[in-house]
Design a binder for this molecule. Structure first.
Ligand code: ZN
Length: 539
């Protein structure tokens, strides 16, 4: 009861999203509970195992349903399809897996989303390999009366002593979770009586069982027991009809998710896998979207399921079905784009806003694939509406247009002007811009103002990780500008010194100039790199 209460409370507060998990991109945090928050790969493995243990202890089917939900939807895309690489955070809505720092929207700083085969994700490397083996161990369980229970479903084979101690082997063939038909074939040296128990998942209203060609009573309970004499060659066919359903997440901006049987569905987004050089034999990847993703769904509120059309793709369920091109099934849906829904400056998807959402864009046919197949995905969708309750999506403020002589790929240029002020110059929990690994060089960062204007000061909060890394405040710096008309970069005439203090803003004032572009030039200290936590331009 305590475990059930804990589960309900965590999901209610931080898990109002599809995929069976909750936002914990290190910790659960108040105010960071939308579908773009991530869950650590370790958490998938550990919660699946917790659910398996609770199933064993309690016999309550709910835990098996919950385990399958995580195993089939959230866990697979935490890994690359070849299982060599993984990332730290998998999110219901995740449209880019790049290396840039997304703190503080994501709690941890640094690279949390690119796929790496190496130790950068610490704990997850050790946990991830246990996910499927633990799951496989719990497909079959022993029951009272020396019987067997099929507790969760996957292609498998079990050999066990049952009934009076006779050894039986049951061969389970199925395309589950992509299909609801599961066939069991029994082999044994001599016939034996024992109870065979089958789990009927909570999403299945009525299950059909056929034993050796003879239809049994349709089953609406959660467990069904066939206590009979089984013989070599017996066949049992279980059919779990899968229906399309939608879920509205009222506590998460009334976003909507789409389900069929144990699978949740995501928008299919084109994936561009870009290898990055980690100087090691197995590749690491960033993944970028190649097709639009900012869709809201058009759903018939009287009959939501009728808004989707299920079909098979013609691809047979293979060894690794959890990748977009291997998805054996899909849903056709209708949607409209929401042009104001954009990525934030750090590459993170803009947070979802309250549905229904108004859109003047054309209706488009879109494809949904199983969430587990999608490394890039929208799973919590806005719902398109045109009634009086439909809302206009609020645009994000325009991003500062920044460029630099160089930026470390795991940092971000945009972090230099994201409005987030660090606790100190070594604060690793907020985004930063650095010229790493350039050392002792002359570098610059430039800001193209949205509108040319008169400026008279700049404030710079330097990054300096003395004691941890090799970034320091610069040896010296200057501010330059270009007017709207263009021409060469000109140094401002400063009326106060160029400061290089740590742990606060260094404000330089200068004779006002009309600027269209502003540039900071730095000379890095010999042997050291450097960077900027935050930069402000003033009157
Ligand atoms: Zn971990």
């Amino acid at each position: 009861a305590a475990a059930a209460r804990n589960y309900d409370e965590v999901r209610a507060r931080y898990g109002q999203v599809p995929g069976g998990m909750y936002g914990a991109d290190e910790n659960c945090r108040e105010g960071f509970d939308g579908p773009r928050q991530g869950t650590e790969t370790c958490s998938f493995v550990e919660i699946m195992h917790s659910h398996e243990i609770l199933l064993r202890v309690s016999g309550d089917c709910l835990w098996a349903d919950r385990c399958e939900e995580v195993a089939f939807n959230s866990f697979p895309p935490s890994l690359t399809p070849d299982l060599k690489g993984l990332h730290y955070l998998t999110c219901p809505n995740q449209i880019q897996c790049d290396r840039a720092n997304k703190a503080p929207m994501i709690e941890n700083g640094g690279d949390m989303m690119s796929y790496s085969p190496y130790e950068q994700y610490r704990c997850c490397q050790h946990n991830v390999a246990f996910g499927w083996p633990y799951f496989a161990e719990h497909l079959w369980m022993a029951t009272p009366g020396n019987g067997l229970a099929a507790a969760m479903y996957a292609p498998s084979k079990v050999t066990a002593k049952v009934g009076d101690g006779t050894t039986v082997t049951i061969d389970e063939k199925t395309d589950y979770p992509f299909d609801g038909v599961i066939e069991f074939t029994f082999s044994m040296a001599r016939s034996v009586r024992f109870p065979l128990t089958l789990r009927i998942p909570g999403w299945c209203k009525l299950a059909y069982v056929n034993i050796n060609g003879s239809a049994q009573e349709p089953v609406s309970s959660r467990w069904v027991v066939y206590d009979r004499k089984w013989s070599d060659g017996d066949k049992l066919r279980l059919e779990l009809p899968m229906e399309i359903s939608t879920q509205v997440w009222t506590k998460n901006r009334s976003s909507v998710s789409v389900h069929r049987g144990p699978l949740t569905y995501s928008l299919k987004i084109g994936e561009k896998w870009q290898e990055y050089d980690n100087g090691r034999p197995w590749a690491a990847y960033e993944v970028f979207p190649t097709t639009p993703w900012n869709y809201g769904l058009i759903i018939d509120s009287r009959d939501p399921a009728a808004s989707f059309e299920f079909s098979r793709t013609g691809v047979r369920v293979g060894q690794q079905p959890f990748r977009p091109e291997a998805a054996p099934i899909m849903l056709k849906a209708k949607g409209k784009r929401i042009p104001e829904w954009q990525q934030e400056s750090n590459g993170l998807i803009g947070e979802i806003q309250e549905s229904p959402v108004r859109s003047d864009q054309p209706v488009e046919a879109i494809t949904l694939i199983p969430m587990g197949c999608a490394r890039l995905r929208i799973t919590a969708f806005p719902r398109i509406g045109d009634g009086p309750d439909a809302k206009t999506w609020q645009k994000l403020p325009p991003k500062p247009a920044l460029a630099a002589s160089h930026c470390n790929p795991v940092d971000s240029i945009q972090a230099a002007a994201d409005g987030v002020v660090p606790k100190n110059s070594a604060d690793l929990f907020v985004g930063r811009f650095t010229w790493w690994p350039h050392r002792g060089t002359s570098e610059w960062i430039e800001w193209a103002l949205n509108e040319p204007r008169t400026i008279g000061s700049c404030e710079v909060y330097w990054f300096d990780d003395s004691g941890v890394g090799s970034c320091r405040v610069p040896k010296s710096w200057t501010v330059e500008y270009r007017p709207k008309a263009g021409g060469p970069w000109t140094a401002v005439k400063n009326t106060s010194p160029y400061g290089v203090e740590k742990d606060g803003f260094n404000k330089v004032t200068f004779e006002p100039v009309d600027a269209a572009r502003v540039r900071i030039r730095v000379e890095l200290q010999p042997e050291f790199s450097g960077g900027i936590m935050e930069w402000r331009i003033g009157e």
